[in-house]
Ligand binder design. Structure first.
Ligand code: MG
Length: 292
């Protein structure tokens, strides 16, 4: 299922993309938010899958997709988004070269986070923060959402803990990211984590390491790769993060970006007001935002 969160009559509602419509979960007897749905466990998700055709036949729950105002699938995560840095070989190489450093691939996953307040929706305008940064850059990434929490999750059981996948644009203020040494501030400005449009359940993504992913700026392809190119795959990431830190339902992990980001280009390219960034991942969707 392609699950979405939207604004409907002044309230946040969870829905499912179904044909060309959004089918809203009924207000009574169903989880009221995506975090509640994730926390409710697999039985509720199975029930939703079974009852979807019946719910889709109810006019009070069905809306044309283009008439619905989407929010991010998880509009306000409970915790920071956990992010992998330099997790594609070609991106690690371009980053080192752009900084004049010897090319060295990470021996262990590079982990940083983005603030929950940076999350924004597909279609939402992203502020350029002109007085704060002059080096706004794009990064298409596969987002992984944890379903069943746990600690010390072995690789072989990692996917039992994954609820689904989404598209994330790990927008980055490169000047802030590098000036402040820690990446957190340059990755966390308001609007810097577009997410969506949907959260796709794992049954529709049998192998997350075989997905094509793209980033286009004003229609020009800047990134074109496959999740097969990750240095540390999703199972390894879940194993590594959970070794001593509890993962909880609704935790969001951004798994890193492939080559083609702006700061590593010759000459460097950065986003400016009016630019439209489209991040696309096969079988998940297209995440589109305009810089304003
Ligand atoms: Mg990134």
């Amino acid at each position: 299922m392609h699950l979405i969160t939207c604004h409907h009559e002044g309230r946040e509602r969870v829905g499912v993309l179904y044909d060309r419509n959004v089918v809203l979960l009924p207000p009574d007897g169903w989880p009221a938010s995506m975090l509640d749905l994730i926390g409710a466990g697999p039985a509720v998700l199975d029930r939703l899958r079974r009852e979807l055709p019946r719910l889709a036949a109810r006019p009070d729950l069905c809306r044309p997709r283009d008439r619905v105002e989407l929010l991010a699938p998880i509009p306000r995560p409970r915790k920071n988004i956990v992010c992998l840095g330099l997790n594609y070989k070609d991106h690690a190489e371009e980053s080192m070269r752009a900084k004049g450093l010897p090319v060295e691939l990470p021996e262990y996953p590079v982990v940083f986070t983005k603030s929950p307040t940076s999350v924004t929706a597909d279609g939402a305008p992203v502020p350029a923060h002109a007085g704060v940064t002059h080096e706004l850059d794009w990064e298409v990434e596969l987002g992984v959402v944890i379903g069943t929490g746990g600690r010390a999750i072995p690789r072989a059981r990692a996917f039992e803990h994954v609820f689904g996948y989404t598209v994330i644009n790990d927008l980055s203020a490169r000047d802030l990211q590098f000036r402040h040494k820690q990446w957190f501030l340059g990755k966390s400005l308001d609007g810097f984590c577009p997410m969506g449009p949907a959260l796709v359940t794992t049954d529709e993504i049998p192998d997350p390491q075989r997905l094509k992913l793209f980033c286009r700026v004003n229609g020009v392809t800047k990134q074109d790769s496959s999740t097969a190119q990750m240095i540390f795959d999703v199972a390894t990431i879940v194993e590594t993060l959970s070794r001593g830190m509890t993962l909880e339902p609704g935790d969001v992990i951004a798994t890193g970006t492939p080559a083609g980001v702006g700061f590593a280009r010759q000459p460097p390219e950065f986003l400016k007001p009016g630019d439209v960034v489209e991040c696309e991942i096969e079988n998940i969707g297209v995440l589109r935002n305009r810089i304003v």
